[in-house]
Design a protein around this ligand. Sequence first.
Ligand code: PLP
Length: 500
Amino acid sequence: MDAAEFRRRGREMVDFVADYLENIEQRPVYPDLEPGYLRSLIPTEAPLEPENYEDIIKDVERVIMPGVTHWHSPYFFAYFPAASSYPAMLADMLCGAIGCIGFSWAASPACTELETVMLDWLGKMLQLPEHFIAGTHGHGGGVIQGTASEATLMSLLAARCKAIRRVHASIPENSEADILSKLVAYTSEQAHSSVERAALIGGVMMRKVPTDNSYAVRGDMLKKIVEEDKAAGLIPFYIYVCYSCACIKTICHSSCNELYVCVFQFCATLGTTPSCAFDHITELGPLCNEENMWMHIDAAYAGSAFICPEFRPLLNGVEFADSFNFNPHKWLLVNFDCSAMWVKKRADIIGAFKMEPLYLKHENQESGRHWQIPLGRRFRSLKMWFVFRLYGLKGLQAHIRKQVDLAKEFESLVRADKRFEICAEVIMGLVCFRLKGSNELNQNLLKRITESREIHLVPCQLSGRFVLRFAICARSTESRHIQQAWRHITQLTFELLQEE
Ligand code: PLP
């Protein structure tokens, strides 16, 4: 393909994309296929000779579209949103064209510098404390990660490294391996599975802290469990080896000075995945600071809403955190992938992972590669720059507010129908609801909804109950889609109850 053909095909592709998104609601939101459907539709080997572009485009409708779950359909209400906007798509095209691998300042100065400034812009939109803003005299700053899971993992690994160094400095007779085996991290029982997975990857124990009636962790709950663990040498349940008296699974006398357990990190969630609950970080933060525990805040979904002054109080307490992360690629109109992460002290994270082979060395070493696992970095900040400038803070706030209003509209419809109940406070764009009755009844309702393919929802479990989650996702969702979705749910409910 030469430049002249690229121009022509590019224009056609822009039309294709605009047509797809403008007419997306005509398509069934969820595919009707069996796993393995695609293999039989395409050859088993890559072509030897070049093919025609037209043939590929025809195959997009024949092979690809039938197998697409349409996340940007206004009838998609599953999971949490995947952000999408035209400015971000255009910026992604430019990112592809520049095609740099921005692992250092020298590898692409604009890529490195724009990212730092965009994270400052965004940090200021959120009114993050000064120490997170790189452009001030603080020691912190922000970086783009691919996902919230990566941000959680990086924070856990950095916290792990910091704790090992600290303990080793004070008790040098403990080897780093001994210390590692005694590290304990904490998170809410409602936290996303990626938090537990980070602990698995990091090879540390993770304890789940119970939540209150609103599915949030409170300070006293964390305090209790931390105190229990600090006394763990007296509790046989913990099988930490005491090296001086070699007691395993036994009660160790308190005169022993060996290290049993080292509490080192707490991952708080603002906007949990099941019900969008908010841990009480103003209570948890001081405790973490007192205990020398790294506090990471995962606000993957809800973080975007903190650009609105009415939601910002939910972020109060962030000043106690060592790191904070949310996904503009969920709710801030920046297409996947773009997960924003800030740390209070850059040195904590860079110090843990810095590698400087000669071929990467350059006078100006500040680069996001020290904050992540891969070396390569895409020019993702371009999408932020385009979106922030073309929407402005006011446009972004309007987007968040509109989606919260739509969630409230759905909540009122549910509340007005006595057969249903709301299962968690509706704070942002997620409504958790269920039919009053058994889990089985609700499972049957969801099965009918999924099989209808008119709307798409996923469930969650709250206090042992099977609950339906209705998340406002697509940018194109309007009140008429909410009304239609509710008519559809009540129709399926009517049929289900008739047959029961
Ligand atoms: N944390 C929370 C609270 C989430 O809701 C999610 C996904 O929905 C994640 C983490 C994982 O996000 P990612 O796919 O960016 O790793």
